[in-house]
Design a protein. Structure first.
Length: 201
C-alpha cells in the first residue's frame, strides 16, 4: 500500500534514522523508455513500526525514484509498505505490484466519479443508510457493466461505437424511458439496428 511521510511520521523517523546509520538497502537499475534512459532507484528496509503505539504493526517499507539519466530530473517517486519480505531479488516485483494496485484503484475511482456513475454525489444523502445503499447500487452497476464489457460481444460492439460512457448511458436512459424491452438482448439488438451495425457472429 502507498505510504507517504505526512501520514506515517513514526515510520519515516525510523527509516530516516536507519538511512543515516546505513541500515537502508537499495539498488539502481537502468531502463529505456523508448526515448531516453531512466535510472530506477529502489530503497527498502524490513521490520519497521508503522505507528507510535504499544505493540505497533511492523511492516516492510520500500520506495522507488525514477529519474531522467540525462539531467537527474525526478520523473516519479513513491513509497509503499507491505507484509512481504523485501530483498534485492523481490523489491522490483513488490513495487510493480504496488504501483499496479494504485493504478487500478485510482482509475476505478476516476471512472465512478467522472464517467456517468455520479459516485461523489451520493455521500450527502440520507440520515442513516441511504448513502451506503446508493453506493452499493452504483458498485453493482459498475460490476455488471464490467462483466458485460468482458463477456458480452453485443455490449462490446455498442461500447466501441458509442465510445463515451456518458453517450452510452444517455442512450440507454432515453430508450428505456420510452420503450419497454423484454431483455438486454432485445435492447442491444435494437441499438445495433439503430446504429446500423452488423450484429456480431
Amino acid at each position: 500500500m502507498v505510504c507517504k511521510p505526512d501520514s506515517h511520521d513514526t515510520l519515516y523517523k525510523w527509516v530516516n534514522t536507519l538511512a543515516a546509520l546505513g541500515g537502508v538497502s537499495g539498488l539502481t537499475q537502468r531502463h529505456w523508455n523508448g526515448r531516453f534512459g531512466e535510472q530506477w532507484t529502489y530503497h527498502y528496509v524490513n521490520d519497521v513500526p508503522l505507528r507510535a503505539e504499544a505493540g505497533p504493526l511492523h511492516v516492510n517499507w520500500c520506495e522507488l525514484t525514477i529519474s531522467d539519466e540525462r539531467d537527474d530530473r525526478v520523473l516519479y517517486h513513491n513509497a509503499f509498505v507491505t507484509n512481504h519480505p523485501i530483498s534485492d531479488d523481490t523489491v522490483a516485483a513488490i513495487v510493480t505490484a504496488s504501483r499496479t494496485r494504485w493504478k487500478v484503484e485510482n482509475e476505478g475511482n476516476n471512472t465512478l466519479k467522472t464517467k456517468g456513475y455520479h459516485f461523489e454525489h451520493n455521500y450527502g444523502h440520507g440520515q442513516q443508510h441511504l448513502a451506503a445503499f446508493l453506493l452499493t447500487l452504483i458498485l453493482l452497476a459498475f460490476l455488471a457493466h464490467t462483466l458485460l464489457d468482458l463477456l458480452h460481444t453485443k455490449y462490446q460492439q455498442l461500447r466501441l461505437a458509442l465510445a463515451a460512457r456518458h453517450t452510452f448511458f444517455d442512450d440507454l436512459r432515453a430508450l428505456t424511458r420510452y420503450w419497454v424491452f423484454d431483455s438486454w438482448e432485445q435492447l442491444f439488438d435494437f441499438m445495433l439496428r439503430g446504429l446500423q451495425l452488423a450484429p456480431p457472429t
